[in-house]
Design a protein around this ligand. Structure first.
Ligand SMILES: [Zn+2]
Ligand SMILES: [Zn+2]
Length: 330
């Protein structure tokens, strides 16, 4: 099979011919129909996340079709279409796994980071961590739901019943979660890079009541804010925009350092929290919600060998919606 291989920080991915992985135990082998590109992929290739598997096939928003199954796999059958998200395996035994917080398992393995992922024609995944894909979605449309959607949804749940919701960083996760938030009757305030008229227009087109630069103050106090952009300076900015008792949720896996800020911004029982990884329950919940909204994803399609272009587009903020690789175009 062909795969885009990452083996050195700071170097582009390299297209290589490799042996197709065989499923063992409860793994299934999947033909990759679509794999969406996530900011976490950039954090991996930039060396911002420690100790990736090397060499590595990145990509953790995989829509695939089961081509064969390991001897212990019994949940999925050949021909079924499923999703493979970031959470690839957990121990099932630790305090976190036993208390419904498998996203925090210290032995967890992650797709496209400590396990090979979907920037390839085939992959293998433990069937117990695969996610059903609603039928109404095409392969490319469904792929961004698997991380941007899932992590975004977990972040949105943390916002509780916040009516006025700020979203900082209006990329793949934001464009999905804004639709869910609007469907739930919330008002969305979109914050983009300063002067990014295109992104602000995109946000207003989705139904945001207000869109502006992240250095601007919204016209009303917010009940909650979710930060998807990996920029630590947005934390004090978001705290300044939320009301007393409000919450700021950091939805990304990596952020630049948070600058110091006066206690006054946190005072008034404001809360800052992070969202780490996802659980299988998040996936099941979100895949039920998505077709009800229905969430529509905006995608930009790339061939497998164009993966570096897709990553560059994401890095420069030039993409609208989500980049999706199609490793096996029909
Ligand atoms: Zn565990
Ligand atoms: Zn991701």
């Amino acid at each position: 099979m062909r795969a885009m291989i990452f083996d050195q920080v700071g170097k582009p991915l390299v297209l290589r011919e490799c042996s197709t992985p065989e499923p063992r135990g409860s793994d299934v082998q999947l033909q990759v129909l679509a794999c969406a590109v996530c900011r976490t992929d950039l954090h991996v290739v930039d060396g911002e996340l420690p100790n990736p598997k090397l060499p590595l096939i990145i990509g953790h928003q995989i829509v695939g079709r089961v081509t064969c199954a390991g001897e212990q796999a019994k949940l999925l059958s050949v021909g079924e279409r499923v999703g493979v998200p970031w959470l690839g395996w957990t121990c099932g035994e630790c305090f976190y796994c036993r208390s419904g917080n498998e996203n925090l398992c210290p032995r967890a393995r992650f797709t496209g980071y400590t396990l090979d992922g979907g920037y390839a024609e085939f992959t293998v995944a433990d069937e117990r961590y695969c996610v059903p894909i609603p039928e109404s979605y095409s392969d490319a449309e469904a792929a961004p739901l698997l991380c941007a959607g899932l992590i975004g949804y977990r972040s949105l749940v943390r916002a509780g019943d916040a009516k006025r919701l700020g979203i900082y960083g209006f990329g793949a996760a934001a464009h999905i979660i804004a639709q869910v938030a609007l469907h739930q009757g919330r008002s969305v305030f979109a914050f983009t890079r300063r002067g990014d008229q295109e992104a602000q227009k995109f946000a207003r087109g989705l139904g945001a009541v207000w869109a502006g630069g992240s250095d601007e103050r919204p016209p009303e106090e917010l009940d909650a804010a979710i930060i998807f952009a990996p920029v630590g300076a947005l934390v004090p900015a978001a705290l300044a925009a939320v009301r007393k008792g409000g919450i700021v949720i950091c939805g990304g896996i990596h952020m630049s350092d948070i600058p110091s800020f006066p206690y006054e911004l946190l005072w008034g029982e404001r809360t800052i929290c992070s969202v780490a990884n996802l659980t299988r329950k998040d996936a099941a919940d979100f895949m039920k919600v998505a077709p009800e909204v229905p969430v529509r994803t905006t995608t930009q399609l790339f061939r497998l060998e164009q993966a570096n272009e897709a990553l560059t587009g994401l890095r420069s903020g030039k993409l609208q919606g989500a980049a999706v690789l199609l490793p096996n175009p029909s």
